[in-house]
Design a protein around this ligand. Structure first.
Ligand code: PHE
Ligand code: ZN
Length: 868
């Protein structure tokens, strides 16, 4: 009988490998229908060696052909669908030996996009986390680090380009139109960093000189028709290389560094050693086809993958529970890089606000839901489900807190010690913390709770001002709600930047360290009741419980010198009013007006300050969510801002034009953002009057930011001109897959509009559209995820029709690509937070998916935890 209890992996069950690999030689004859992989491996006893133990390799969807040890056929082995166990090793495994294996895989049938697969006729691999086992039998775990020499063979006409990690050693012509290329990577690496790419690709290249004076070859490989869209990625790569030298003293260690773009990819991009593989979405850009957001995302993803070369590759993870060791740290590094690229202090602040907004919109719900996990999880069923906003974005906030506590210099000392101790090793989050602590002679024991406990801490603020004593007392208490498997929480070490704002000149600015459940601070010589500015720059990833008066919030919103806190005060005011079903009052409208008209303020900041909190963030503030009510209240609030400030919006629209050729820099992008918010607000106020101006912008735009913003304003506000522009957009960009993704996503994420049919009926038509492809992740996400995850008011219908669509889509996707299906499966995570009738209908939908007998482990884990 088959038990269907899913298998769990536990962090504390880590055991060092019994055997390890030194040198790995791969010989791969590429054929879409039958790729032959020969491996030749030097095997040695590992850290966990036990004499006589079998060598247990893993393999998936492989056809086994043969096995040799030290050159001789070896018969003592056992095959299961997922393992190859080899017994009777020479001298009980105590002596090194040479293992040779031949196996076969079928790239053209591989729709999971893990392992070796075909996309648009070219070959690609994706090995993180556990894809290498779909290429050959191996010790597919990150603490086995080996040096690789790889020979690729293919038909030259079909695959003129053959790439792998490291340096190119030689190329050869072979009989029958075949050819080969041999690559050698001088740095030991885990199998998840292996990559090969083969096919009809072309590149742009550049030679640069790094800090030590070494020359390096940089290449960006794409399909020939995309060559003209690679400049921005190349510029971003060069900027990243220079930044890492300057900020962290880290230099590129290979003679050659390559980026390859692929249109079928599960994630954003992958940091394979010297051969980064990217979703086309994060490489290709030119002004006519990519928005400012696309340009910024490309810059940050290129930087992220490049930065992994040190934080991830040179120092890697001992096991997958340590994922945040490389991801949290590398996200922190890419955020700091992007902030520096903004070119000004106010630009840095804008980047910080954007990052916090994303964290709160995406990660806070995760941290309060059934999949909540510490940044270092203790248990998983499918590691692919743990590439989460918690591991990445909260992980980055945790790294940022070291810098806040230790200062920039202290943080740099910690990084230097981390590399000094661990270069070439596979290590843990504890090792990182120890390096930070030791380099700064600090005891960071309590800081470990950020790694072990899930949930967003809540910090309650109580203040008291004594006018006679001129004394201000601040009391902070912390708590953290239970999360799965963690009923009780220990106090966190929370750095809180504060400032006491008064009209006098005794400005008190301090970094408080909250470590106890409750702590008080007294400030003397405070001449008047101060307004408290707290968690400035979002110094800790917490929720504040603070009944600050609307008057104080208005004071902060009108003039806090910390841009984050200023923005935050505005968000809080708007949030309280929306949740209280109120419209903005006269004072808030005046504050908005003053801010919008302030010539000193950055347009990008104005745009953020006038963008309302997302619906999903508002949900988290409720005990019982009525999604239609929240949508209606938020939209009414927006309409009021639009109407009351209509003259200002019109003026801002004119003032923030960016004449001349398109430039993607932060200042120009900020102006476009504000101008396009103004356009959207004008249509919100009065679509009939302003739609022609949007149509005009749509037609005359010389860049995608402006064209898409105009189209989007027409669609979102239900303008009658929308359909004609949508049709024009499709025809104009029919040959550009990434732009067609935008066309699908815009329609799928249209919120409800009075007088129009529900978006779901459009979505069902889009799914039947000839250009829709379920097996291309970008396209599938542009319709299905855009609707189920990014369009809450359309998705959450009281009749449950959105959930029925979700059930069908999860099941259809799961049969093709479990990773993409499992992401979609998470759209119902927060079902317990919803009011009736939503809650029961969401539960029923989850149960319907759970009842499917053939679910992948990926989807099974997500659904099981949601219902558990
Ligand atoms: N390691 C990649 C990154 O963060 C993400 C990734 C994970 C890509 C798994 C593919 C598969 O940069
Ligand atoms: Zn990463």
């Amino acid at each position: 009988m088959k038990t269907d209890l899913p298998q769990s992996f536990r962090r504390l069950e880590y055991r060092p490998p019994v055997y390890t690999f030194d040198q790995v030689e791969l010989d791969i004859a590429l054929d879409p229908a039958r790729t032959i992989v020969k491996s030749r491996i030097d095997v040695l006893p590992g850290k966990g060696f036990v004499a006589g133990a079998p060598l247990v390799l893993v393999g998936q969807d492989l056809e086994f052909v043969s096995l040799r040890i030290n050159g001789d056929a070896h018969r003592h082995f056992e095959l299961t669908p997922e393992t190859l166990s080899i017994h009777s090793l020479p001298n009980e495994g105590k002596d090194p030996f040479i293992l040779e294996i031949i196996s076969i895989c079928v790239p053209e049938k591989n729709t999971t996009l893990m392992g070796l697969y075909v996309s648009n006729g070219n070959f690609f691999t994706q090995c993180e986390a556990e894809g290498f086992r779909k290429i050959t039998y191996f010790l597919d775990r990150p603490d086995v680090m080996a040096r690789y020499r790889v020979t690729l063979q293919a038909r030259e006409a079909q695959c003129p380009v053959l790439l792998s990690n490291g340096n190119l050693l030689k190329t050869e012509k072979l009989p029958n139109g075949w050819h080969s290329a041999t690559w050698e990577d001088p740095f030991p690496k885990p199998s998840y960093l292996f990559a090969l790419v083969a096919g009809k690709l072309e590149c742009i290249e550049e030679t640069i000189t790094t800090s030590s004076g070494a020359k390096k070859l940089l290449q960006i490989w794409v399909e020939p028709h995309d060559l003209k869209k690679t400049r921005h990625a190349m510029d971003s790569l060069i900027a990243s290389i220079h930044w890492d030298e300057k900020r962290f003293g880290l230099e590129l260690d290979l003679e050659r560094f390559m980026i390859v773009a692929v249109s079928d990819f599960n994630m954003g991009a992958m940091e394979n050693k010297g051969l980064n593989v990217f979703n086309t979405k994060f490489v290709l850009a030119q002004p006519e086809t990519a928005t400012d957001a696309d340009f910024a995302n490309i810059e940050s993803v290129v930087a992220h993958e490049y930065f992994h070369n040190w934080t991830g590759n040179r120092v890697t993870c001992q096991d997958w529970f340590q994922l945040s060791l490389k991801e949290g740290l590398t996200v922190f590094r890419d955020q700091e890089f992007s902030a520096d690229q903004m070119g000004s202090e106010s630009g840095r602040a804008v980047k910080r606000i954007e990052d916090v907004r994303l964290l709160r919109q995406m990660q806070f719900p995760e941290d309060a839901g059934p999949m909540a996990h510490p940044i270092r999880p203790d248990e998983y069923q499918e590691i692919n489900n743990f590439y989460t906003v918690t591991v990445y974005e909260k992980g980055s906030e945790v790294v940022r807190m070291y810098q806040t506590l230790l200062g920039r210099e202290g943080f740099r000392k910690g990084m230097d010690l981390y590399f000094k101790r661990h270069d070439g090793q596979a290590v843990t989050c504890d090792d990182f913390l120890a390096a930070m602590a030791d380099a700064n002679h600090r005891d960071l024991t309590q800081f470990k709770n950020w790694y072990s406990q899930a949930g967003t801490p809540r910090v309650k603020v109580q203040e008291h001002y004594d006018a006679t004593k001129k004394q201000y007392q601040l009391t902070l208490s912390q708590s953290c709600a239970p999360s799965p498997g963690q009923p009780d929480k220990k106090p966190f070490h929370i750095p809180l930047k504060i400032r006491l704002i008064t009209s006098g000149n005794e400005q008190v600015e301090k970094l408080l360290e909250l470590t106890e459940p409750e702590q008080s601070w007294t400030f003397d010589n405070i001449s008047e009741r101060p307004v408290l500015s707290i968690n400035r720059d979002f110094s800790a990833p917490i929720q504040l419980e603070f009944d600050q008066s609307e008057a104080d919030l208005l004071t902060l919103f009108s003039g806090d010198d910390d841009p984050f806190s200023r923005w935050e005060a505005g968000q809080k005011l708007a949030m309280q009013m929306i949740l209280g079903n109120r419209l903005p009052d006269a004072k808030l409208i005046e504050a908005y007006r003053t801010l919008l008209m302030d010539p000193q303020l950055d347009p990008a900041f104005k745009e953020l300050a006038l963008t309302l909190p997302a619906e999903t963030y508002l949900y988290e503030q409720c005990k019982s969510v009525d999604p239609q009510q929240i949508f209606t209240a938020r939209r009414a609030f927006r309409k009021e801002i639009a109407k009351q400030l209509q003259l200002e919006w019109a003026a801002l629209y004119q003032q923030n034009q960016t004449p001349g050729p398109f430039k993607p820099d932060a200042v120009s992008a900020g102006k476009r953002a504000l101008k396009n918010l103004a356009l959207s607000m004008l249509l919100e106020a009065d679509p009939k009057t302003w739609a022609p101006m949007a149509v005009n912008q749509y037609q005359t735009a010389d860049n995608m930011t402006d064209r898409y913003a105009a189209l989007s304003a027409l669609v979102i506000h239900g303008a009658k001109e929308a359909n004609e522009c949508l049709a024009d957009f499709f025809n104009r960009f029919a040959n550009d897959a990434l732009v067609i993704d935008k066309w699908f996503a815009l329609q799928s994420s249209r919120p409800p509009v009075e007088g129009l049919e529900l978006t779901l009926s459009d979505v069902k038509h889009l799914r039947e559209h000839p250009a829709f492809k379920l097996n291309n992740p970008n396209r599938a996400r542009s319709v299905i995820h855009a609707f189920c995850a990014n369009n809450p008011a359309s998705f959450h219908q009281p009749d449950g029709s959105g959930y029925a669509f979700w059930v069908e889509s999860v099941l259809a996707l799961d049969a093709i690509n479990p990773q993409v299906a499992a992401r979609l499966a998470r759209a119902l995570d927060r079902w317990r937070l919803f009011a009736e009738p939503y809650q029961s209908k969401m539960k029923a939908a989850l149960e319907q998916v759970a009842a499917c007998q053939t679910l992948s482990p990926d989807v099974r884990e997500v659904i099981g935890k949601a219902l558990g």
